[in-house]
Design a protein around this ligand. Sequence first.
Ligand code: SF4
Length: 339
Amino acid sequence: MDDRTQSSFPAANPLLAHCLSGAVRQDWTRAEIEALFDLPFPDLIFQAQRIHREHFDPREVQISTLLSIKTGGCPEDCAYCPQSAHYETGVKAEKLMSLEAVLKEARAARDAGASRFCMGAAWREPKERDLDKVCAMVEGVRALGLETCATLGMLTAEQAQKLKSAGLDYYNHNLDTSPEFYGEIISTRTYQERLDTLGHVRDAGIHVCCGGIVGMGEAREDRVGMIAELANLPAHPESVPINMLVKVEGTPLARDSSLGASLDPLEFVRTIAVARITMPRSVVRLSAGREDMSEETQALCFLAGANSIFYGPKLLTTPNPDTDRDLRLLDKLGLVPMR
Ligand code: SF4
């Protein structure tokens, strides 16, 4: 075989050879992650796809549906979020939805092909009486044969246990970005508080869904730092959502062009590929931002190892591609929903 058809870089570079072994590791250095980001694009995508195929059926895409069960009025100040009470975004604060209304949405999601139903509430942390109501929702959604996921803000160890007893399968709590950039985005809760909640969730035996957002004006080194934090958690999150910032009028990231500068879609694809390589057994979710992404970019994300999407017309309060468009894209690419 002609030598030029062989990719020589892993053998030539011991640092990369270690990175590309496909092993599950929690000792990633930032230099290693940076070296992955720096790979020539075809090599990065090839290696991500190779590792992806060691752990997953490359045709399968896990489909989740996300419902906002309590919208708006959140006391936190996340600079990207239209639900924060700190910003004028036109999102009205609403009360927690009723159990019946949530179950109706869950049934519709199941009938449209979703295997997991995620319930999001715009809280700093849940109050006890609200948590009891969410536990009833978790039980009801599970009884419909769906996996359950919730994102309710910070949790104590006891609250995580309570959700586990109700049958919660996944809890979403994102790290958002690198520890260094974090202060530019949120001031009302610390990075450590996020890590503490993730610890309580893991200790309760609930699967962890944890990722971040790119395109917030962070540097490449912050994307490296975010992946390093995720990949060096005590156990890799079972689910890793990677979001592209959706700029919503009224939020600081929509106002401040230096922070909310658009990210090159190929850099987004690189971030997905590096998440796939560093967390080889995690489901990597192509999350917010798909509405503005071309089919070609989404196809590259699947090639880079993304194997989950949110499905449904809305992601909490921001638009998402309609389900017909998603089905057509999956069909065009020969992808099928994961069972
Ligand atoms: S991201 Fe969550 S915690 Fe932050 S403001 Fe929005 S709803 Fe509140």
